[in-house]
Write a protein that binds this ligand. Sequence first.
Ligand code: ATP
Ligand code: MG
Ligand code: FE
Length: 344
Amino acid sequence: MKVLGIETSCDESGVALYDTDQGLRAHALHSQAALHREYGGVVPELASRDHIRRVLPLTRQVLAQADCPLEALDGIAYTAGPGLAGALLAGASVACGLARALGIPAIGVHHLEGHLLSPMLATPTPRFPFVALLVSGGHTQLMEVSGIGQYRLLGETVDDAAGEAFDKTAKLLGLGYPGGPALARLAERGVSGRFRLPRPMLGSGDFNFSFSGLKTAALLLAREHGADEAARADIARAFEEAVVEVLVEKSTAAMLATGLGQLVVAGGVGANRRLREALTQRARETGFEVFYPPIELCTDNGAMIAFAGAMRLARGVPRTGYGYTVLPRWDLAFTTPEAGERRR
Ligand code: ATP
Ligand code: MG
Ligand code: FE
């Protein structure tokens, strides 16, 4: 089964072709980072307009690269939410229009389901059930995943997401947008132990997180020491170490509480080298396995949407016509196992 995936929830236009027999056949991505940089964050209207410009050329590119004619597709998956309404509509309208013209199903996919299944695009491949640590720009969650559409939330951030904390801290350290990867690079040059930031909610006894205080603590340090480059690197290092430690400890606790043997890490912060090293080491010591998506599939991409769409299609998608709505806010717990649509 060949499924085209279209991701347009935020500031990346991603298109990919996933084949249930042959795996990921092609994927292409256009990042709007340069477009939004001068504003220091994503401007929704600019994002929607750019998706409209990019999606069809990216689709042509992916189909050409996979040497797959449009007519060979079995379904078209698109991100139906959560995300920016206008951006989501840009992808949904192309997906549903194409699907209608071809007479094949259009499959609305939950963006976080895409993220959390993305480790299944790598080898070694995790098998259900597993615990998922989802650490992205908008979410930080620990989930027990028993199968497609069977997601039990164990805990989540009570304020900022981990990626958001990376981005905000990067901004106050004078790094550009998007800041997470830049902050991680700066931290590489920092000295461990010069500054120590708090480990928020480490002893809270649940699986929740809080990251907004860290940013404030980093801001105070930056005000005091910020001007010199070495101090900024040391603050970046202290920030990264605090986030990584909390993520590792809470994930370990979730593994022990559920008794499951596999942890999957997904979302943009999953690209962080120090997080990967710390989790891999902890997994070895504690006796569980840990799985990651390929680095380039940690942040938003079409491949994870094509994959989640293919999994949904394989289970049978109800033919509901080609009308579509997008869900800018959509809790993953309110997806059904049978199809991705909203359940309330
Ligand atoms: P969501 O999926 O929750 O809607 P999103 O799509 O914006 O949010 P992703 O694309 O999964 O999030 O990830 C982007 C986030 O990952 C950004 O906050 C970015 O700073 C962060 N990030 C990317 N690479 C790294 C890295 N190497 N270290 C730390 N953070 C990183
Ligand atoms: Mg992004
Ligand atoms: Fe995302």
